[in-house]
Design a protein around this ligand. Structure first.
Ligand code: AHR
Length: 512
């Protein structure tokens, strides 16, 4: 958590960090990914067997450079196969001999047919190679509960039953033990095949949750929420966060629903509004956490049932007018977007108490930090803050206090202005299990560097490691193939004031 005092531009800005004040554990799953059958994410991203550059492809047809990039980020969990795609996806089409898999029309993005050459077993193998955990979304559009149960049985069952045996027949004896399952995706959206009312969804989600947990009580189920601050969110929470002994086999510490999913994309043509827009997600998390508590209180859920957390399973900078989903949503990211992503991640660190998982949407080619070409990968501007957080912002959130002037202009969305402060300096800090402290400071001022008195950064070694990301202008990108925006390293003695460059991301890292 970061507390904030607003001061005048003419006053001295300060940051105080309290390394011994651990506030909450940062769930590693906050650095999750998302791969949807959309555009070039799966085909041409994860899986590229036709690529003429054979050195890039492994024996499974997977991109080796993409696998290496996921390993570099140490991505703990990856959501699949959608997104909107999942509303008409039949998992059974994507298993078994590849030459017998049906090619199907695809209704979410309409741009292509689904070949089903990459399906459940390929995704599981890819996850094993990357060293990440799968998170599957269920088809709440054209899918049935029977199909969902069959998929769960295929993935997780060790019994002598039909779908478990089908997995064995397809070459996989051991279960995949898929822990995370989403009860649909954006089922509230008018673009969705089988869009639902909140009443219909709440009823169906609860009944599916019961059946799924009867089959495998070890799984974690994720409810389909909206923005975190909507009628939909509260209704579905109230309907589904209940205590039902029948569905839980009498276990007083279990619950049918483990997490509540919310999705937010931010964007603005104005570089400062764009950078600051993720503050809306911070307020959304706070409101949603309150709604979770309210549902528990009103439904008298016993304290023995762990509090449900938020699964922010789609977040990023995305303007669908600029990068339409039907065209593959290939966003070109600027320095301003890198600042936005750093603020997004600061939000998750500050709010770690409430966040069980978060998944950048998406991981490759589609609104992604990583782009593939026939020859290799390009790391977009947003890759670099993501890398710093994935590597270093783990462990526990620690207390910080910021005194700074604030951006006072219009915001995107406009309601941010009355709901939450927008300091020029956006800060979060964490202490790792190794005792090393990392603090990220985003200076969202486009033209002014900020000379800040910093307290609490005294390093035992006399040295603070500094990682800095900035650029010559807000709109520089890396897409020409040159790494215009990247990380520059330097050192500081940790005493007195530090000057944070205009429009920059700085990570300070030291051992107290
Ligand atoms: O990530 C792109 C799309 O955005 C997803 O398919 C959908 O869930 C959301 O609307």
């Amino acid at each position: 958590m970061t507390t904030f005092t607003k001061i005048e531009e003419s006053e001295q800005a300060t940051i105080q960090v309290f390394p011994s004040h651990k506030l909450s554990k940062i769930n590693d799953n906050v650095y999750g990914g998302f791969t949807e059958h959309m555009g070039r994410c799966v085909y041409g991203g994860l899986y590229d067997p036709e690529n003429p550059n054979k050195d890039l492809i492994d024996k499974n047809g997977f991109r080796k450079d993409v696998i290496d990039s996921f390993k570099e980020l140490n991505v703990p969990v990856v959501r699949y196969p959608g997104g909107n795609f999942v509303a008409t996806y039949h998992w059974i089409d994507g298993v078994g001999p590849k030459d017998q898999r049906p090619k199907r029309p695809e209704l979410a993005w309409r741009a292509r047919a689904e070949s089903n050459q990459f399906g459940t077993d390929e995704f599981m193998k890819w996850c094993e190679i990357v060293g990440t955990e799968p998170y599957l979304a269920l088809n709440f559009g054209t899918g049935t509960l029977d199909e969902a149960l069959a998929w769960l049985e295929y993935c997780n069952s060790t019994r002598d039953t039909y779908y478990a045996n089908l997995r064995r027949k397809n070459g996989r004896e051991e279960p995949y033990n898929v822990k995370y399952w989403a009860l649909g995706n954006e089922t509230w959206g008018p673009w969705q095949v089988e869009m639902m009312t909140k009443e219909d969804y709440g009823k169906k989600a609860y009944q599916w949750a019961k059946a799924l947990k009867l089959l495998d009580p070890t799984i974690k189920l994720i409810l389909c929420g909206e923005t975190g601050h909507s009628e939909w969110d509260f209704h579905t929470l109230k309907e589904c966060i209940r205590y039902d002994l029948h569905g839980l086999g009498g276990d007083m510490t279990a619950s049918l629903i483990d997490m509540h999913s919310i999705h937010v994309y931010t964007a603005s043509d104005d570089p400062v509004k764009n950078a600051i827009a993720p503050r809306s997600a911070e307020r959304a998390i706070e409101i949603c956490a309150g709604l979770i508590d309210l549902a528990r209180i009103q439904n008298k859920v016993p304290n023995s049932v762990p509090r449900q957390t938020i699964c922010f399973d789609e977040w990023n900078v995305w303007d669908p007018k600029r990068a339409p989903g039907e065209d593959g949503a290939e966003e070109t990211y600027t320095l301003s977007d890198a600042l936005a992503v750093a603020i997004w991640l600061n939000v998750f660190v500050r709010q770690s108490k409430y966040i069980g998982m978060a998944n950048i949407a998406q991981s490759v080619n589609v609104i992604a930090p990583l782009m593939t070409t026939q020859k290799g990968v390009i790391k977009q501007t947003i890759w670099w803050p993501l890398l710093l957080f994935c590597k270093y912002m783990r462990g526990h959130t620690i207390a910080t206090h910021v005194s700074s002037a604030a951006y006072e202009g219009e915001t995107e969305p406009s309601w941010i202005r009355s709901a939450i402060d927008t300091p020029w300096l956006d800060v979060s800090a964490a202490v790792g299990d190794d005792g090393v402290v990392s603090m990220v400071v985003v200076n969202a001022h486009k033209t002014n560097a900020q000379k800040v008195d910093v307290f609490g950064t005294k390093p035992s070694s006399g040295r603070v490691q500094v990682y800095s990301i900035t650029g010559d202008s807000w709109d520089v990108t890396n897409m020409a193939g040159t790494q215009t925006v990247g990380i520059k390293e330097s050192q500081w003695d940790g005493n007195g004031s530090y000057e944070f460059p205009n429009f920059s991301i700085t990570m300070l890292r030291w051992t107290p």
